[in-house]
Design a protein around this ligand. Structure first.
Ligand SMILES: [Fe+2]
Ligand SMILES: [Fe+2]
Length: 267
């Protein structure tokens, strides 16, 4: 853990998919359905709780960044029957419980993938009135200036299906975005999410950092687990520490794979 006091200590999380059986779920919303996900959900929250408690021992977060897919949506492919909470307002309550738990005084939420967050309405907007903090905003793309450090945040990077290719590709994309607009630097820190797999590209000499965040949703049954032994998602979050243009860093907090494991059946 970064052992230094920074002017900005920012929680960065995404893809909590509130309402999904394997989305990050505050204990107040942990209902038991008697399947393997009961334990996975509890283990996910217990891990998060422990990590956040440690991180906040020195100082609280100054800001919270939530980079999209905060709710699971109507689950069109499964008619919503697999969701723990099918109703989108309930899903927003689950999402708000996470943000209230992290407890940053200022929160920015970028809008997620329409398949999850609404093709016509922006369902995630219903999260705002449920937050304890009064300084919150939701929009598609954010550009921040953090004491001279420019941050660009939106939910979705370009993606590819093959996992290894995607990681290499994302690294390239992050580097290219850095020099977009005829070589001008659009940001010192570029934040993307959506793919549920974490990667960071750091060019200290250029004062550049690109991050694809891990997800706050584990592997489920519906789709991911049935695929051809794809990489499992990275479950976790990021903390950004920023003082100024010469002094900023990040920290991944990724849960051990055990918490996404199924029951082992002894024959
Ligand atoms: Fe997602
Ligand atoms: Fe997404």
């Amino acid at each position: 853990m970064v052992d230094k006091s920074y002017r900005f200590k920012i929680f960065l999380g995404s893809d909590g998919h509130g309402g999904s059986p394997v989305g990050i779920t505050h204990p107040a919303f942990q209902i038991k359905r008697g399947d393997i996900f009961d334990k996975i959900r509890k283990d996910q929250w217990d891990w998060l709780d422990e990590e956040i408690t440690k991180i906040k021992m020195d100082s609280p977060f100054t800001h919270g960044l939530y980079n999209g897919d905060l709710i699971e949506g109507d689950g069109a492919e499964t008619r919503g029957i697999t969701n723990l909470y099918p109703d989108r307002i309930d899903q927003c309550r689950v999402a708000a419980a996470l943000i209230n738990f992290i407890d940053a005084p200022i929160n920015y939420i970028s809008k997620g993938t329409p398949r999850h967050t609404g093709r016509v309405e922006d369902w995630e907007e219903a999260i705002l009135p449920l937050l304890r903090s009064s300084n919150n905003k939701i929009q598609v793309v954010f550009e921040f200036d953090c004491n001279g450090v420019k941050i660009n945040m939106k939910h979705k990077p370009p993606s590819r299906s093959d996992a290894a290719l995607r990681k290499a590709f994302l690294a390239n994309v992050l580097l290219n975005i850095r020099f977009k607009d005829r070589g001008a630097c659009i940001a010192n820190i570029i934040l993307r999410s959506h793919v549920h797999k974490a990667i960071a590209v750091c060019l200290p000499g250029y004062r550049f950092l690109g991050i694809i965040t891990p997800a706050l949703q584990g592997i489920g049954d519906g789709f991911g687990a049935r695929q051809l032994d794809n990489e499992p998602p990275d479950f976790g979050f990021v903390v950004l520490y920023i003082n100024d243009i010469n002094d900023f860093t990040y920290e991944f907090h990724i849960a051990p794979m055990d918490i996404q494991r199924r029951d082992i059946i002894c024959l």
